[in-house]
Design a protein around this ligand. Structure first.
Ligand SMILES: C[S@@+](CC[C@H](N)C(=O)[O-])C[C@H]1O[C@@H](n2cnc3c(N)ncnc32)[C@H](O)[C@@H]1O
Length: 251
């Protein structure tokens, strides 16, 4: 149903670590926000499209509550983990700016600054158009996105995890105000069958301005757009800094 992504994605090498160390902490803070701004708008068996679904943690929370979920992500490895984590949901490998679907969804969702990973503004605008086209009339799209305040903090501060069979090092992160790009270098080592395997990932995010996002949503046909500061919903600490949640309704 959805278009396959032909190339290896940035998160492939990092997927196992992401799934283990990032999911729970983020969604413990983000899911209660979706429970306030999105889920009350949905019927009990609503069908949601999870855009850039990662390793399926959110899809798992949603299917546990009886929702139907179709998710897609550019990373085949993230999608493989998602299939294992949320077997009741459907997942595909696809790019946000080129996915296609015949189904019409009751809602769409995209979490954990996934949309900041789309570096070309034209591609983000196209992703919004495709999400709008995938929604039933008036259906909501909820997503979070980081604004400049997030990148002015220690957005991806250097840190290291060392365990007997895996090591993760985050280093070399930083935000360039001219290009509006934030870079974060991640080196991983994982021991399997007695051998260590090294992975190198560079996560790059683009900082969009709220006026740009509003304009792209409008041009894609979204209306009744509301933007919430994550901190007003209790998302404390660095994870909530500069993060906003949008809800916009399809045409
Ligand atoms: C920070 S993770 C968030 C994953 C998930 N939404 C969550 O809340 O846990 C960002 C995800 O976006 C995916 N991604 C980045 N660029 C993408 C694109 N252009 N199309 C589809 N997925 C993309 C990555 O592969 C990664 O899984």
């Amino acid at each position: 149903m959805l278009e396959a992504s032909p190339r290896m994605a940035a998160y492939d090498d990092f997927a196992w670590f992401y799934d283990r160390y990032w999911n729970e902490e983020f969604h413990a803070a983000a899911f209660p926000i979706l429970e306030r701004i999105l889920l009350p708008r949905l019927g009990p068996r609503a069908h949601l499209l999870d855009v850039c679904c990662g390793s399926g943690y959110l899809a798992g929370l949603l299917t546990e509550r009886g929702y139907r979920v179709t998710g897609f992500d550019a990373s085949p490895e993230m999608v493989r983990l998602a299939c294992a984590r949320a077997p009741e949901a459907r997942f595909e490998v696809a790019e946000a700016a080129s996915f296609r679907t015949r189904a019409k969804f009751d809602a769409a969702v995209s979490t954990f600054d996934s949309l900041n990973h789309i570096l070309d503004p034209a591609a983000l605008a196209e992703a919004f158009r495709r999400v709008a086209a995938a929604l039933k009339p008036g259906a909501p799209f909820a997503f979070d996105i980081l604004l400049e305040a997030a990148y002015r903090t220690d957005w991806a501060e250097n840190f290291t995890i060392v365990r007997d069979d895996h090591v993760l090092v985050i280093s070399g992160s930083g935000f360039d105000f001219r290009s509006r790009l934030a870079h974060c270098r991640i080196t991983t080592f994982r021991k399997s069958a007695g051998h260590w395997r090294r992975g190198d990932t560079e996560v790059v995010e683009r900082c969009y301005e709220s006026g740009e996002i509003d304009g792209m949503l409008r041009d894609a046909g979204f209306r009744d757009t509301v933007c919430y500061d994550a901190r007003d919903f209790g998302m404390a600490g660095q994870i909530g800094e500069g993060r906003v949640f949008y809800v916009a309704c399809g045409r």
